[in-house]
Design a protein around this ligand. Sequence first.
Ligand code: TXA
Ligand code: MG
Length: 318
Amino acid sequence: MKALDLAISILRSGGLVAFPTETVYGLGADATNPSAVARIFAAKGRPDSNPLIAHVANTDIARKYAAEWPTVADTLATHFWPGPLTLVVRKTPHIADTVTAGKPTVGLRVPDHPLALQLLRAFAGPLAAPSANRSNRVSPTTAQHVRDELGDAIDLILDGGPSRVGIESTVLDLTSPTPTILRLGGVSQQQLEQLIGPVHLSTRPTNDGAPASPGQLPVHYSPITPAYRFETSQRGKVPVDLGGAKCGIMVLSPLVGMKKFGPIIAMSQDPIEYAQNLYDVMRELDAMDLAAIFIEVPPDEPHWAAIRDRILRATTPI
Ligand code: TXA
Ligand code: MG
């Protein structure tokens, strides 16, 4: 049987299929089947108060699951779909309440990956899919990442190569008076504003603060190894010796005059390339049995905003 046929039959019988998207790999189940959706939460160890995104093949199908489809949704879908943007709109009853954690809204997205689109077209319905990692861990950007972390809990993993974007979609709430970004991601605030005018950015706590609500937990996307961040101006303050233990460090440019005390990874200075590699490098360092990981935070500039957001959630300041 072809992998895609097998995937469809697993999904139709309430099973779990991990699939590639351009952002990160998703852990998919039939979004109209509550018991299939319950398996996602169980596999991830995810609190059932945190809603899932429903993935669909195109805008026409998205509209079927939206009780309201404002003009601005159409404008955004036409411009950014398929792509790394999730639109939160009022939902119809077809979407299982477990998908949306009992909320009256649903996050809808058309992913920009040929294999994901093939799967969605063949399935012809909505697939609930969070990132295919255990709750609060780093999202997977390869099939191997998924296998390593959730292999036993999943019926099938479709391998579509490394994810092109590398960080998750931007989540935009269209039910508030002004469209509000709930999570920064593959589409920037500037790109959205150029198209539809002012957009709010919900200020969610990083792991310096207290959680605002379930699903907005501060520690997120984090390695198991203790992870710390430092600004470029703090390079001299990074502890070079933790009792002789090996530490990993992710920097933006080669370190000059700093003692080497473990693996040093020079990250790209281009945000697109940086995002592609971020989670893979975090996982690689996490697997090295290090005492700590130190990450140099990219500059506080608009094109780095989504990456800074992820690093601020994954780390505590030195
Ligand atoms: O790029 C992505 O978005 C990936 C790929 C697989 O599509 N998916 C992903 O799903 O990152 P997940 O479950 O890891 O993150 C979904 C985010 C969560 O922060 C969740 O709280 C928010 O979207 N979300 C989903 N539905 C929502 C809703 N109805 N209202 C508010 N927030 C919602
Ligand atoms: Mg996730």
